[in-house]
Design a protein. Structure first.
Lengths: 299, 341, 330
């Protein structure tokens, strides 16, 4: 008899992980994934990690407003803002909104883009034409102004960014997934499944989806960076949600309070570094995926 | 007998795969006489393409020539420096890779691709190169007006002609063609083979055709080298190897081919099983596990290439009984009864 | 009354035209059209084995795809057992899927590389509603039918762990597992090594005889077609050129194109004709076929009439031929 291990069906969770094909061999990608991991942990345990409520106005033991404290003063690791809020706590809580926005936007972009791409590429015909013309229109929309306009119409909220991304950025994912599906569809085993009597739905789920999942994931990870960056820009421009603390909001707050003139680097450098770290982590993971998806590119 | 242009002796080419070494070519010897077409026949993985590439010393990164000689006009290609070898490539030995017709660069015209070879490698001037391009197109039977066309404007057969023109650009003495007609339809196949034959005769060059198809050999080759699992099983004139094969593998190959000239009701006989894994070759004759005439010695002692006729060698312990074996090999039941691996 | 002579498949002036070029050329009003299949009429009797012979681009593969409803005709009609394929839907289509099957050219492409052999062979069984408890027996039986010895050892292997010959047998097993009546094989041995080709061809012949299959064998090699089919249909640029008993076509092809095809078939003998082929150089251009007879630009016998009038398929002795040379004979 044959070696039993070959025949063993891996469990469901393992199979999902296998189809995601996390790029664990690429040192850059592992670095990126660890940064994500770090921020995710920070976001989950923000209440435990942050010493203060990020919006709470603090006072020194002698009942003075704890404004513009330098790092280390009075136990404030990164000092305080002009309004007397703890910067370190803001950074910690900022990771929450960053990851919330990043992950939901990524999920929306990957989900909408993949569905549109699969439907378009698999069914072809008029539905393909309609969807791809819609994608062309989406390509014509300048992204940042669109978010600002959206924010003007709706309440200022961090969800504007997510909605805008879902409305606009599915286009890239959809195009790429579509072309992927077009080549998959011409594979013999897809024809074979049709001849074997499998329904379109079954063919898509069984033979097509596992092959495009890594691609959706790649575009999702690109979208995380985009979303965080966009939220930061929007907040910095003053269209953000004043109720929620985000890194972009911190930058805007620092800028408006003339932190630069006060040489309060401890105020605006940490949020900047966090944005850079998360966005570049996304980029590193993307690189790792590219190595898996397009091994011939080399570098 | 005509003079020998290329003489390969005990050639050994090994691939490093992980920690193990695989001898893709394991002591191959054969000659290519001047002005002949030699067919290198065998199944995938038998080492025929590796030999073809080793002859130009353009082999995979994980492969190396680990032994033997390749005497080409008095020089041993194995021991030449990379620079000397480079000077020889294309000018004396040209290689047409498998599916060469699909490896033309789509963004350049055919002429500029020919020019590249003629001017860079051949050192020709602009005007000479232009003249040579026209000559070459005439040679392979394409209208010279099409020199400025792009590869996609040609059909598969035409692109294969362009690939041949490219190989002939610098007047080589030896052209090695890897499966030159495999992807082509029968009519185009025939036309390309006719073209190759014509060119070979007109230019007096030698050609090595690497193929899996013995009918290509039968149509165009003067000599046959049958390879099996990295070794030469049989070599000789095309007539002798096909009409009086002395190795059971050659006999089996002949049976496995449908023959339009034969009787309609004939049954094709497969050679059951598959070639051995070269990482763990069998100790004796490599064909022994599939051979219907296997003896106990075959499983232990590797048979050397021995002369079985004028200019005809075979590596089989029972080559002396070839006449009897041929009659047996013609019967279907001889080949059945082997387990299918 | 169903007997050996009732037609199983009737192809009536089937057409498969593709529009090529983008939306712009369509707007200009003259979109280029490739006629992959252009007015093909064939009647295939139950139990017959028919070879579709021709070069790449002649429409033989498109014809196969039409017959399996992987494409729909853009004109004409195909009847399977009296039912039109273009209107098949739902349960009828499902039933058709178990009656008509395909054997693919490239076994490595025809099976999903992520699936084990068991998963691959289960797919049609699942779709046909065979309960899981009966599947293994059916899979084993199908693998035994294609003479894969000790089939149990293959069930949990992945395609890359099998040789080309073994995998092609798996593809055949998948086609046969629901016991179809009709099988289309598209160059099933062209990707295989020569020494195993004969084995696969023999299995094909054997199974066809044993199950009484109606079969279509698509190839460019008459020697292979002759080995498995008693009737051959020669196609060129989407049209039927000649249709008749294989032996007659092998020994005395009538259509000039069939003559060239027969002469071009390679034979494994040292003594063979090296005469130039009776056909012009060049290749068929499906986007821009000549007027009249599509073969006339390569035909050594072409005359004035060939340029103006499309020759119709007509009876000439045991066969049908579409060539003006045979008009007088009628």
């Amino acid at each position: 008899m044959l070696d039993a291990t070959i025949g063993k069906r891996p469990g469901f969770v393992r199979r999902v992980f296998q189809s995601l094909r996390l790029p664990l061999n690429d040192p850059f990608a592992v670095f990126g994934l660890s940064i994500y991991g770090l921020f995710v942990l920070t976001a989950i345990f923000a209440d435990q990690i942050a010493p203060y409520d990020p919006t709470e106005i603090l006072y020194t033991p002698d009942y003075m407003l704890a404004a513009d404290l330098r790092p280390g003063e009075d136990g404030h690791i990164l000092g305080t803002t002009s309004l007397g809020r703890d910067i370190f706590s803001q950074i910690v809580h900022g990771s929450r909104s960053a990851l919330l926005i990043g992950l939901t936007a990524a999920f929306m972009v990957a989900l909408i883009g993949s569905i549109v791409g699969v439907v378009s590429g698999y069914f072809r015909g008029w539905i393909d034409i309609v969807l791809m013309r819609l994608a062309d229109i989406a390509f014509g929309i300048p992204f940042l102004p669109f978010v600002i306009v959206l924010a003007a119409f709706l309440q200022p909220s961090i969800w504007n960014v997510v909605i805008a991304m879902a409305l606009v950025l599915w286009r890239d994912t959809a195009r790429v997934i579509r072309s992927q599906v077009l080549t998959l569809r011409s594979r013999g085993y897809v024809d074979a499944a049709r001849v074997a009597g499998s329904s379109d739905m079954k063919i898509i789920l069984r033979h097509i989806a596992p092959n495009i999942l890594p691609m959706s994931f790649l575009y999702g990870s690109i979208a995380i960076g985009w979303a965080i960056l966009t939220e930061a820009s929007i907040s910095f421009l003053g269209f953000g949600d004043p109720q929620s603390i985000s890194w972009g909001y911190m930058l805007q707050d620092a800028f408006a309070s003339q932190a630069l003139a006060k040489q309060a680097y401890y105020w605006f450098v940490p949020p900047g570094v966090c944005i850079i770290l998360v966005v570049s982590a996304g980029f590193f993971i993307t690189r790792g995926y590219e190595n898996i998806l397009f091994p011939k590119l080399g570098r | 007998m005509t003079e020998t242009l290329l003489s390969v002796r005990d050639l050994r080419v090994s691939y490093k795969v992980g920690a193990s070494r695989i001898d893709a070519v394991d002591g191959a010897s054969f000659d290519v006489p001047r002005g002949t077409i030699v067919g290198l026949v065998g199944e995938s993985g038998c080492g025929k393409t590796t030999i073809a590439k080793a002859l130009t010393r353009v082999i995979a990164d994980n492969a190396s020539i680990t032994g033997g000689q390749m005497m080409f006009e008095g020089r041993d290609l194995v021991s030449l420096s990379e620079r000397q070898m480079n000077a020889l490539r294309w000018r004396e030995i040209a290689f047409i890779p498998q599916s060469a017709m699909n490896s033309l660069d789509p963004v350049y015209t055919v002429e500029s691709q020919l020019n590249e070879v003629l001017r860079r490698r051949g050192g020709l001037g602009r005007r000479e190169a232009r003249k040579r391009c026209e000559e070459l197109f005439e040679l392979v039977g394409i209208d010279k007006g099409r020199l400025s066309d792009y590869p996609h404007q040609f059909s598969g057969g035409m692109r294969q002609r362009v690939a041949i023109a490219l190989a002939l650009a610098l007047n080589p003495k030896l052209v090695i063609a890897d499966e030159p007609v495999t992807a082509l339809d029968v009519i185009v196949q025939r036309q390309i083979l006719d073209q190759l034959r014509e060119l070979q005769a007109a230019l007096g060059i030698s050609v090595i055709i690497v193929t899996h198809d013995i009918s290509v050999v039968a149509y165009i080759c003067d000599r046959t080298v049958v390879m099996y699992a990295g070794k030469v099983a049989e070599a000789g004139s095309m007539q002798a190897t096909l009409t009086e094969p002395s190795h059971p593998y050659t006999m089996g190959l002949r049976n496995a081919f449908p023959d339009l000239q034969g009787a309609a009701s004939g049954t094709l006989t497969p050679i059951e099983g598959a070639p051995p894994n070269l990482a763990f070759p069998p100790p004796g004759c490599r064909f022994a596990p599939r051979c219907p005439f296997v003896l106990e010695t075959c499983r232990q002692v590797n048979p050397p290439l021995e002369t079985v006729g004028p200019n005809h060698v075979a590596a089989c312990h029972r080559a002396g009984e070839a006449v009897e074996l041929r009659t047996q090999a013609a019967r279907v039941d001889t080949w059945s009864g082997k387990v299918l691996a | 009354m169903i007997d050996q002579f009732t037609p199983l498949i009737e192809i009536n002036a089937a057409q498969l035209h593709y529009r090529v070029g983008g939306a712009m050329s369509a707007l200009r009003g003259n979109p280029p059209v490739v006629k992959a299949v252009d007015g093909v009429s064939i009647v295939i009797r139950r139990g017959e084995s028919v070879g579709l012979l021709g070069e790449s681009g002649c429409g033989k593969t498109s014809m196969g795809r039409l017959l399996l409803k992987l494409e729909d005709v853009t004109g004409g009609d195909i009847l399977f057992d009296g039912q039109s394929l273009s209107t098949l839907k739902g349960a009828d289509l499902k039933r058709y899927r178990s009656r008509a099957q395909f054997i693919f050219q490239n076994p490595f492409d025809a099976v999903n590389p992520r699936f084990t052999i068991r998963q691959t062979l289960s797919e049609p069984l699942e779709n046909a509603g065979i309960p899981p408890s009966q599947r293994q027996d059916k899979i084993i039986a199908a693998l035994e039918l294609v003479r894969l010895s000790e089939p149990l050892q293959y069930l949990d292997r992945y395609p890359h762990q099998l040789s080309g010959g073994q995998l092609q047998r798996v593809v055949m097993a998948r086609a046969l597992i629901l016991q179809p009546e009709f099988v289309v094989a598209d160059e099933p041995v062209s990707m295989l090594d020569v020494s195993v080709r004969a084995g696969v061809l023999n299995v094909f012949r054997d199974v066809r005889d044993r199950l009484g299959l109606t079969a279509i064998y698509i190839s460019h090699d008459l020697a292979l077609v002759r080995y498995v089919c008693e009737r051959t249909i020669v196609m060129y640029l989407g049209k039927v050129m000649e249709d008749g008993p294989t032996e007659d076509i092998v020994h005395e092809p009538l259509h000039p194109y069939a003559k060239a095809l027969v002469a071009a078939v390679p034979v494994p003998h040292p003594d063979q004709s090296h005469d130039p082929l009776p056909i012009g150089r060049g290749a068929p251009d499906p986007r821009n076929p000549p007027s009249g007879c599509v073969f006339r630009d390569r035909c050594p016998y072409a005359f004035d009439r060939c340029a103006v009038e499309i020759p119709q398929l007509q009876q000439a002795g045991t066969r049908k031929v579409a060539c003006h040379l045979f008009d007088e004979a009628n």
